[in-house]
Design a binder for this molecule. Structure first.
Ligand SMILES: Cc1cc2nc3c(=O)[nH]c(=O)nc-3n(C[C@H](O)[C@H](O)[C@H](O)COP(=O)(O)OP(=O)(O)OC[C@H]3O[C@@H](n4cnc5c(N)ncnc54)[C@H](O)[C@@H]3O)c2cc1C
Length: 472
């Protein structure tokens, strides 16, 4: 690829700014987190000549190295990688970068502008003190800042349901963020729990490697990879789907926390069709509802889950058809697909299986992530610990978030939209610096507040410090 330099996740921490110089320093802006969001923020701050430092607990962009499996590739086409001043310039804009290429792209971005980055420094406390922000690090430094951008990632804490504790000890358990390849697991069948993007792609990875896979499905929607001659992402981009603000939806939080559509970029991109996997021998189940005495229990929702995912995919195709018709676009016709497999009667899709009898020796929990913001001692969170904000601007003057899923648009937590959000924040940061105006937009608190009806109380009763689950 044209803009490659070197891989970043596997190099030792490089102090591009001396960590020792942090203690007692004051900066106009401190950016916390050195993933694509923190780096994009730094790019914009640099463009505007604003003094700042980026504090990264490990190495910049390490998530793409440390928490993705070996065959991982982007689901979004390469042309959607639009880091500020550094759009993808390789030879395969419609392709999907594999894990190493993503790291190279990020490393090249870092080298392109040399951010004031300190790696190996974890921020352990953020509070206001004497009219400024006080930032403490685990390494013992205390620095201050006029303004702070929190870019600590959308998928922080792997979440595993507590029923995992009831699995026998001879079963190997891995969260999707710790899955690397089939050889990491003992011989035998694998139960993958969850059908978000990670669950579906990991199930496919194991299936292609010849492993027997049981897949506990959820309500994640599906999208076709290609339709009527183009990648669906290309159609949806043209249709304005990815730049629609979250505040234009009736229930912003339902949009914000829903599971991503499943599809893959593997081998040039294709659909993920669970029904086809079933025809080929994958064992599909409804939602995993319980584990006890060596048995796993599943809900009776398999048919509904498959039908629901297909209905979403077909609905997206309907909207593409309407767009094509409305604009008189010359696009090839394409037949809709009929389901290639249907769940059997209850006897064929048992509500319970004996894990040992089914030969299941490992379980992969593709059950999402939570966030932990307890180290931020500022009154900007809702009842369950989610930061209330309007496009990243909080009610605490000078405090911002960047990189949250659907912070503003579909692309906010992804390569495609983070640059636009960072540009928006740099405008806010400049405005505050220029006029000292720290007034907050009306209604700010409510934009990201979550109606309790969206998330049944029982789901999060003992976790009021963790934001709602997000599934990647
Ligand atoms: C399985 C999966 C597949 C994905 N596929 C795609 C895709 O195809 N296309 C796409 O555009 N996006 C995709 N994404 C979404 C998104 O692009 C990534 O999650 C990306 O890593 C988000 O970048 P970020 O900078 O916001 O967060 P992160 O990459 O998580 O970076 C946050 C950084 O903050 C650091 N940090 C955290 N806490 C602290 C602290 N207290 N002090 C200092 N540093 C701290 C972390 O070490 C980390 O480096 C995917 C995500 C997942 C999980």
């Amino acid at each position: 690829m044209a803009n490659s330099v070197r891989s970043i996740g596997n190099r030792p921490p490089a102090e591009i700014v001396d960590a020792a110089a942090l203690d007692g320093a004051h900066h106009a802006v401190v950016v916390i987190g050195g993933g694509q969001a923190g780096l994009s923020m730094s790019w914009w701050l640099g463009e505007r000549g604003i003094d700042h430092v980026v504090l990264e607990s490990k190495t910049a962009g390490h998530e793409w190295h440390d928490r993705r499996w070996d065959t991982f590739c982007l689901v979004t086409p390469n042309w959607q990688c639009r880091l500020p001043g550094f759009p993808y310039q390789g030879e395969d804009p419609d392709g999907f970068m594999v894990r190493d290429e993503i790291q190279e792209y990020l490393a090249a971005f870092v080298e392109s502008f040399g951010p004031p980055l300190v790696e190996g420094v974890r921020v352990s406390r953020l509070r206001s003190a004497d009219g400024a922000f006080e930032v403490r690090t685990e390494q013992g430094a205390t620095l201050t800042a006029d303004q702070v951008v929190v870019a600590t990632g959308p998928y922080q804490i792997p979440r595993t349901p507590r029923m995992a504790e009831r699995l026998s000890e001879w079963i190997t358990q891995v969260h999707s963020s710790g899955y690397r390849n089939p050889d990491q697991l003992p011989a035998g069948a694998v139960l993958v729990v969850g059908t978000g993007q990670s669950g579906c792609q990991i199930a496919e990875d194991l299936h292609l490697a010849g492993r027997t896979v049981h897949l506990a499905t959820g309500t994640a929607p599906r999208v076709a990879r290609f339709y009527r001659g183009r990648d669906c992402v290309t159609w949806l981009h043209e249709m304005g789907t990815y730049t629609r603000g979250v505040d234009t939806f009736d229930d912003a939080d339902a949009v914000r926390f829903k599971t991503n559509h499943y599809v893959t970029g593997r081998d040039g991109g294709r659909d993920i069709d669970l029904r086809r996997f079933a025809l080929e021998g994958m064992v599909l189940h409804g939602r995993l509802t319980g584990i006890a005495h060596g048995m796993a229990r599943f809900g009776t929702d398999l048919r509904a889950n498959l039908d629901g995912a297909d209905a979403v995919a077909e609905g997206i195709k309907d909207s593409i058809d309407a767009y094509i018709a409305r604009n008189g676009i010359d696009a090839p016709a394409e037949e809709r697909r009929a389901p290639v497999w249907e769940p059997g009667p209850e006897a064929e899709d048992p509500a319970e299986i004996d894990l040992a009898a089914a030969g299941i020796t490992s379980v992969i929990w593709s059950t999402g992530f939570g966030r932990d913001h307890r180290w931020i001692e500022l009154p900007v969170f809702d009842g369950r610990g989610y930061p209330t904000h309007a496009r990243g601007v909080t009610s605490q003057p000078g405090l911002y978030f960047l990189g949250l899923p659907w912070q503003h648009t579909w692309g906010s937590g992804r390569f495609s939209g983070v640059a636009d959000d960072a540009e928006h924040l740099v405008g806010e940061i400049e405005r505050v610096r220029r006029v000292g105006d720290t007034s907050v937009a009306d209604g700010l608190h409510w934009l990201a507040g979550t109606p309790s009806s969206t998330f049944p109380e029982a789901q999060h009763a003992d976790e009021d410090w963790i934001a709602p689950r997000t599934v990647a």
